[in-house]
Each structure stands twice: as structure tokens, then as C-alpha cells.
Design a protein around this ligand. Structure first.
Ligand code: KG4
Ligand code: ZN
Length: 356
């Protein structure tokens, strides 16, 4: 069963052909980073325009790379939300049109479930992920912790009260003149800095909840920049030569990673988790991966990360999540609309209407 997955929730236009929810035949991604870089973040209006010009060639490219014809596709899976409305609508309408024209099922996918399914789709079938599992989704727009008593069943137990983890990376990077997106560059620089030189508070909520908060950390970074008179990296300057920037990057990253790991650890112990999953763009972070690896050893549970390529936004994960809904017969009709605030696991996950 071949599914064509389409993802356009933020600033990546992606299409993929995936067989039986696991075997990736193609996963084409058109990135818009160069368009948004001068602004230090995603400009929604520019993003939708970019999606409009990329969506056709990206879908064509995915079919070509997979060496399949549209007539061989059994269903279309599209990201319904959460995300930017203009961006979502481009992929959604394109997917709807294909499903309608070919008379094949249309499946609406929650972007966050897609991130989580990326961790499942690469897992060897002979070693299924045990449950209950705790899933941390950390991306540019979302930071949420989910209890999964069983596969594909999500209960939100903690989320960010302000900035998402990736958003904090992007804002700090912008302030330090490191460009957009901030995560990969801070990841690289942090490795060469000493976090003890400019200590920052761990980004932790103190009311005993399992929520996160990163805006206080962002303010602490701004204060440190002032107190240590740290100038932003100038255009053309090599940040590797800037010890102050390297140390601040290391300290910031440590604060983020400590918060994510310690809250996930607390929840995992409490619910007796048998596995921990970490997904979303920030899951590409090397320090996060190694600290979670250590946590897994300590708790004696497997920690599952998608490969780096499937951690950031892509359509293969949407096709994988769509396959589950396809098997359950959860199809959408031509009235499917984008849901900017689709909330996975928040009591009554909104599911698309059954289309018989
Ligand atoms: O999941 P994603 O591709 O898009 C959203 O759904 O938001 O995540 C993008 C976010 C950006 O904020 C980016 O800075 C962050 O993921 N990111 C990273 C790394 N690679 C990407 N953050 C930390 N370390 C990385 N290596
Ligand atoms: Zn994402």
C-alpha cells in the first residue's frame, strides 16, 4: 500500500511516498531557510508563497524518485495542523485535489503525531517499542510530553507555557548574530564552549507540574549578554573564534537539555515507562541525544530517536502516521480544513470525520 504524504505546516514543503507506513521510497524536502534567514525567523506570508511555488515540483519529485505513477498511490496523507494557516492550506488543498481527482482516500494527520511516528517507522519490527512509553516532542513550534499507554494513544502530561524549545534556540541565535535556524549552529558551537563560565538557571517550572518554560532562560541569556558585554557575531566573522559566544551557547544548551531531560525523567519514573521517545527538530541535537542515552541506561529503558533526517519536518513521517489512520478507516472528505491549533492528546484529540 503506497501512501503519498504531504507536509507544509511551517517552512518546509515536503512530499514522500511510503510503503505500508514504513518503507520510504522517497522523501523530498524543499527548504525555505534562505528566504526566512534575513528575518531571523519564519515570515508566515512568505512561507505560504514559497509553499505555493514548491508544492507541485516537490510532489512530482517524490513520485519520480519513488519511480511510481500517481495511479499506484493508494491514499494521500496531509498535515492538517498545528501550524501556520496559510502554509497548511497549500499542502492540504493540493492533497485534497489529488485524492479527489484519483478517487482515493484522504487522511488528515496531526503534525505532532507525525513527529512521534518518525520514531516508530524506523524501528526494527522484531523489536517493537514497549509501552507505556513517554514521548517528548521538541520542535520550533511545540514542546510537549506525552504518556502513551499504548501505541498511537496520546495523553498530554506537560507542555511549554511560553516558548517552544526550538523557538528559544532560534531567538538566542538571532540575538547572538548566528542566523536562522539557531538550533544546528548552537548545537555545533556549544560543543566548544564551557557552560561553567556563564552559568544560567535551568529552565524549570517550580510549581511541581511537568510543564516547561523557556522564556525566563531567554531573559537570562539577554542579561548575560549585557553583563558580559557580548557583541553579536558580525557577518563574515567566524563564531568559533569567539570564546564568549561559545561559552554562552554551551551554557544555554545545557540549561535547555537539563530541563528537557529532568522533566522527562520524572514523568518516566512516575508512570513506570518502558520506553522513552524523543522527536521533533530539536531531537537532532547531539547533546540532547547523548544525555537521553545516559538517562535510558540509568532507567534501563530504550530511548528511541528518529534518525536526524526524520527528526526535522518531512513528509515521510506524515505518510507513516497517515497509514495508521488509513488502517483504522479514518478518512476525510473534501470539507477537510486546516486546524492551526490541533492539540494532540489534550482530552478529546480532534479526529477528522469518518468518510464512508
Ligand atoms: O520539527 P521542526 O523541523 O519544525 C517544527 O515543527 O517546528 O523543528 C525546527 C526547530 C527549529 O527551531 C530548529 O532551530 C530546531 O528545530 N533544531 C535544533 C537542531 N536542529 C534543528 N535545535 C537544537 N539542535 C539541533 N541540532
Ligand atoms: Zn515539526
Amino acid at each position: 500500500m503506497l501512501i503519498l504524504g504531504i507536509e507544509s505546516s511551517c517552512d518546509e514543503t515536503s512530499a514522500a511516498v511510503v510503503e505500508d507506513g514504513r518503507r520510504i521510497l522517497s522523501n523530498v524536502i524543499a527548504s525555505q531557510v534562505t528566504v526566512h534567514r534575513p528575518y531571523g525567523g519564519v515570515v508566515p506570508e512568505l512561507a505560504s508563497r514559497q509553499h505555493l511555488s514548491h508544492i507541485g515540483p516537490v510532489v512530482d519529485g517524490a513520485l519520480r524518485e519513488a519511480s511510481v505513477e500517481l495511479s499506484q498511490i493508494g491514499a494521500v496523507a496531509v498535515t492538517q495542523g498545528p501550524g501556520l494557516v496559510g502554509s497548511l492550506l497549500v499542502g492540504l488543498c493540493f492533497g485534497k485535489s489529488i485524492a479527489y481527482a484519483r478517487d482515493i482516500p484522504l487522511v488528515a494527520v496531526d503534525h505532532l503525531e507525525g513527529h512521534i511516528r518518525a520514531a516508530y517507522m524506523e524501528r526494527d519490527e522484531s523489536a517493537p517499542i514497549p509501552h507505556p512509553a513517554v514521548s517528548l516532542v521538541v520542535s520550533g513550534g511545540h514542546t510537549g510530553l506525552y504518556l502513551m499507554k499504548e501505541e498511537a494513544c496520546y495523553e498530554l502530561v506537560g507542555k511549554t507555557r511560553d516558548d517552544a524549545a526550538g523557538e528559544a534556540y532560534d531567538k538566542v541565535a538571532k540575538r547572538l548574530g548566528l542566523g536562522y535556524p539557531g538550533g544546528p549552529v548552537i548545537d555545533r558551537l556549544a560543543e566548544h564552549g564551557d557552560p561553567r563560565k556563564i552559568p544560567l538557571p535551568v529552565a524549570k517550572i517550580s510549581d511541581g507540574s511537568d510543564d516547561f518554560s523557556f522564556s525566563g532562560l531567554k531573559t537570562a541569556v539577554l542579561r548575560a549578554i549585557r553583563e558580559h558585554s557580548i557583541d553579536p557575531v558580525a557577518e563574515g566573522e567566524d563564531p568559533m573564534g569567539r570564546t564568549d559566544v561559545l561559552n554562552l551557547a554551551a551554557s544555554f544548551q545545557k540549561a535547555v537539555v537539563d530541563a528537557l531531560v529532568s522533566t522527562t525523567k520524572g514523568v518516566s519514573i512516575r508512570v513506570n515507562a518502558r520506553a522513552i521517545l524523543v522527536a521533533g527538530g530539536v531531537a537532532a541535537n547531539r547533546q540532547l541525544r547523548s544525555e537521553f542515552g545516559r538517562l535510558g541506561e540509568k532507567l534501563k529503558v530504550p530511548v528511541v530517536f528518529p534518525s536526524i533526517a526524520l527528526s526535522t519536518d518531512n513528509a515521510a513521517m506524515i505518510a507513516a502516521a497517515g497509514y495508521l489512520k488509513f488502517l483504522r478507516g479514518e478518512f476525510s472528505g473534501p470539507d477537510l480544513n486546516a486546524e492551526v491549533e490541533l492539540r494532540l492528546g489534550e482530552g478529546g484529540e480532534r479526529r477528522s470525520r469518518r468518510h464512508l
